[in-house]
Design a protein around this ligand. Structure first.
Ligand SMILES: *[C@@H]1O[C@H](CO)[C@@H](O)[C@H](O)[C@H]1NC(C)=O
Ligand SMILES: *[C@@H]1O[C@H](CO)[C@@H](O)[C@H](O)[C@H]1NC(C)=O
Ligand SMILES: *[C@@H]1O[C@H](CO)[C@@H](O)[C@H](O)[C@H]1NC(C)=O
Ligand SMILES: *[C@@H]1O[C@H](CO)[C@@H](O)[C@H](O)[C@H]1NC(C)=O
Ligand SMILES: [Ca+2]
Length: 406
């Protein structure tokens, strides 16, 4: 792999299409009645939806419990990758890796403490590549990890045409806004809320959807194509979500992980003691032993319930966003990429949260909708997609795509 991406080539479609045009099908996005007219526009727009800590617990990945009708609907028009794995189950290293198309060994970021442009190499990013090729690039919510790993600016000005948007209510995420059993407000892990009662009367992902829709409305009449990245916060902890979503998952319907015990002989290095969960007030009160726990089984069920409820809340926000795209008649000329920065263990082998290298923590949903091109795979794919090298891997994938359809 070369140190820098190749010089900007003429094709306007960008990495998603280039790297993932391995499947060529033909269909119309059923939500949008307008017939596709490939001559209507030269450059497709790109909507990248990047979710925080979402494992593929989604209907479209065969989960029978989780309600995710909007993401499933997107999946039904997309190429869905069954074997997509993040490079590392931690936000900053994973995001810097896939946004630069380089492994953590190259970006030299395994934590949160350095900015790749000064620490390892002045690598271009996917949005930067679009920006340098005539796109208006926009960031809403958590796209780059905040802090020094993106120079406290989400890699501005290199990646974005104007300053990224962050929802104002994000600052309350870790404060005492969760009603506990004692009737008082706590900084809990489990945090179903009445949205009317929380500070500002809204939640970060709702604000991000609203801002993204505002930007889409603005871009509708723009002469330039756009690359809009929308970074959703849920289901990242705390599980702070509108409480009505809890009703979708009655506790009596929630099972434990199929293998909830820490296995005998597990090498300690393979295990991560989920310290971020332990810091929450409701978990602290359980006095769980470090490093292995266990978490009491009724609380395990509650964590799973709240994770799934957060996923359904997220799904609703994705639905609002995609409906707006449709209402604005942009679905016929916008590529939609949907993914997450890593997964999350929900009690499998006694493991919780991210950080480990088990599949549940590293596997991510990944799908691409390309107007007029994509259709779901006829069967589950077997190939690994290691999140690498979007700039460099085009020719091989293009060839296999061509032969697949012929
Ligand atoms: C890093 O790359 C950007 C463009 O990709 C360029 O504008 C900037 O000058 C470079 N910085 C250094 C230190 O080379
Ligand atoms: C990081 O941000 C600081 C402060 O805005 C700026 O002076 C510096 O040039 C940025 N680093 C790079 C590599 O652009
Ligand atoms: C809970 O499980 C029961 C029994 O399988 C099922 O009938 C019911 O629909 C489930 N409820 C929900 C909300 O999934
Ligand atoms: C917490 O658990 C430890 C043993 O695991 C015990 O010694 C301690 O007294 C407990 N503390 C509380 C507050 O229950
Ligand atoms: Ca994350």
């Amino acid at each position: 792999m070369s140190q820098m991406p190749p010089p900007p080539p003429p094709p306007p479609l960008g990495w998603c299409l280039l790297a993932f045009s391995l499947l060529l099908g033909s269909f119309c996005f059923s939500l949008e009645s307008a017939a596709l007219d490939s001559s209507a526009t030269d450059s497709l727009n790109v909507l990248l939806i990047i979710v925080d800590d979402l494992r593929p617990s989604l209907g479209c990945y065969g989960d029978n419990l989780v309600r995710s009708p909007n993401i499933d609907q997107l999946a039904s028009h997309s190429v869905l990758f069954q074997n997509a794995f993040a490079q590392q189950a931690v936000c900053a290293p994973s995001r810097v890796s896939f946004l630069t198309g380089r492994r953590p060994d190259t970006t030299r970021l395994y934590d949160f403490n350095s900015y790749w442009r000064v620490h390892s190499g002045n690598f271009s990013t996917i949005p930067q590549y679009f920006k340098e090729n005539g796109y208006v690039t926009m960031s809403v919510g958590k796209v780059f990890h905040p802090g020094i790993s993106s120079n406290h600016s989400d890699d501005s000005p290199y990646s974005w045409s104007f300053p990224p948007y962050h929802p104002s209510s994000e600052k309350y995420e870790n404060t005492k806004t969760c009603r506990g059993q004692d009737g008082k407000l706590h900084a809990n892990l489990l945090c179903p809320v009445d949205v009317a009662d929380v500070p500002e009367g809204t939640l970060p992902d709702k604000q991000s959807t609203e801002e993204a829709i505002r930007l889409l409305e603005k871009m509708k009449t723009s002469a330039s194509p756009f690359f809009l990245a929308v970074g959703y916060h849920k289901p990242h902890i705390p599980f702070r979500y509108p409480k009505e979503f809890q009703k979708l998952y009655p506790l009596e319907n929630i099972t434990l992980a199929p293998d909830p015990q820490v296995p005998d002989g597990l090498p300690p290095v393979a295990y991560n003691p989920w310290m971020d969960i332990r810091e929450r007030e409701d978990v602290q009160a359980l006095n769980i032993s470090v490093p292995y726990g266990p978490i009491p089984v009724d609380f395990q069920r509650k964590i799973r319930q709240s994770y799934f409820a957060s996923v359904s809340y997220l799904d609703t926000e994705v639905g609002h966003l995609l409906s707006a795209l449709d209402d604005l008649h942009l679905t016929s000329n916008t590529i939609i990429a949907f993914t997450s920065d890593h997964g999350w263990a929900l009690g499998e082998h006694g493991e919780w949260a991210k950080y480990s290298n088990f599949d549940v923590a590293t596997r991510v949903p990944l799908m691409f909708y390309v107007p007029g091109k994509t259709a779901p795979l006829p069967g589950a794919g077997e190939k690994l997609f290691p999140y690498q090298d979007p700039f460099d891997s085009t020719s091989e994938l293009m060839d296999s795509g061509m032969s697949w359809t012929s």
